[in-house]
Design a protein around this ligand. Structure first.
Ligand code: SF4
Ligand code: ZN
Length: 323
């Protein structure tokens, strides 16, 4: 049983307003450009290391108001005009080296019609037709026929990434994602039945999670994702930065996970041998943890991302931790 809520509303209908009231300003973005794009290596299901272009598309903000989400900072308040998303893809692909896979991440749901205009699907598919795999993200509630339309337009394989976040029965509802495990599983079934691959995002140490329980719940969440047919799962260390999380931190209801916690969760996840387990290293340089072994631990996590085997442990006399 979790402790009583201190700063955060216990009534679900009060949460959107509470979260919104704590927001800072969003960044000013150009709707004709993605706000970031890069190529990185990723291990594919078959074991090959595959170059992967990632485009962070500029588009309208996600309609959900998840407690831990700060992706709205790089979104627009209005829908982009028709043609803007294909233009963004052109802009990035003209500047990136060749890659075999592409991630089109839009800080929300690719299949939200107010985010990515469905009238642009053909133009998008034309531009990414040479990629072997196309990975988009989507809230489970928006997984449906639009996915099939996109699947049918692509010569390559479609993969949908969904945020499972956590299977903790008290914390998941508090995240204000308005998603149940049954809803996640139903969306996963739909994808599987229709030849679309699934990856899951799992939060490491979400708000309200006692630090000592974080690894165990991350592993249980990975197991659920793999039970649902995920071929890959990414562990995301929960971060502050949206106003709401800072207030929870001040009330003692949130602390970002140590780098060692992320590392241990990945190690346990990889040991399951049920699918690829990636650990998101964004912000790892400033995550809580020991300064003396940080670089070695980051390198170890990067190695486990690529090799999917438990790498040799790091021995550090400064923190006396052996992992
Ligand atoms: S569904 Fe995803 S993008 Fe939307 S608010 Fe929640 S975490 Fe953020
Ligand atoms: Zn150390």
């Amino acid at each position: 049983m979790l402790a009583q809520l201190k700063a955060y509303p216990s009534a679900a209908h009060e949460r959107n307003a509470w979260i919104l009231a704590r927001r800072g300003p969003r960044n000013l973005l150009d709707p004709s450009r993605p706000y970031a794009f890069f190529v990185e290596d990723e291990r594919a299901a078959g074991g090959e290391i595959v170059s992967t272009a990632t485009l962070l598309l500029t588009n309208r903000e996600c309609p959900w108001r998840c407690l831990m989400c700060d992706l709205w900072r790089n979104t627009l308040t209005e829908s982009v005009p028709s043609g803007a998303i294909p233009k963004q893809i052109d802009y990035a692909l003209q500047r990136l080296p060749e890659a075999r896979q592409i991630k089109l991440y839009n800080s929300g749901s690719f299949f939200d019609p107010r985010a990515i205009p469905p009238g642009d699907y053909e133009a998008i598919a034309e531009r990414i037709g040479l990629f072997e795999r196309v990975i988009v993200e989507c809230h489970p509630s928006l997984v449906g026929d639009a996915c099939l339309r996109m699947r049918d337009l692509l010569p390559g394989r479609l993969e949908v990434a969904m945020g499972l976040e956590t299977v903790h029965p008290e914390i998941l509802p508090r995240l204000n994602k308005r998603m149940t495990l049954e809803g996640f599983a139903a969306a996963a079934d739909f994808l599987r039945a229709n030849g679309i691959d699934l990856r899951a995002f799992v939060l490491v140490q979400p708000p309200f999670m006692p630090e000592g329980d974080a690894i165990e719940w991350a592993v249980r969440s990975l197991e659920f994702a793999f039970d649902c047919g995920a071929g890959a799962a990414t562990l995301i260390p929960t971060r502050g930065g949206n106003g709401a999380m800072e207030e929870l931190a001040a009330a003692g209801d949130f602390s970002p996970p140590h780098l060692q916690t992320l590392e241990a969760a990945q190690e346990r996840g990889v040991s399951l041998r049920r699918g690829r387990v990636f650990a998101d290293l964004w912000g790892a340089e400033t995550a809580p943890g020991c300064a003396s072994c940080r670089a070695n631990r980051i390198a170890r996590i990067r190695r486990m991302n690529l090799e999917q085997i438990v790498a040799a442990p790091i021995v550090c006399s400064a923190c006396a931790e052996v992992k």
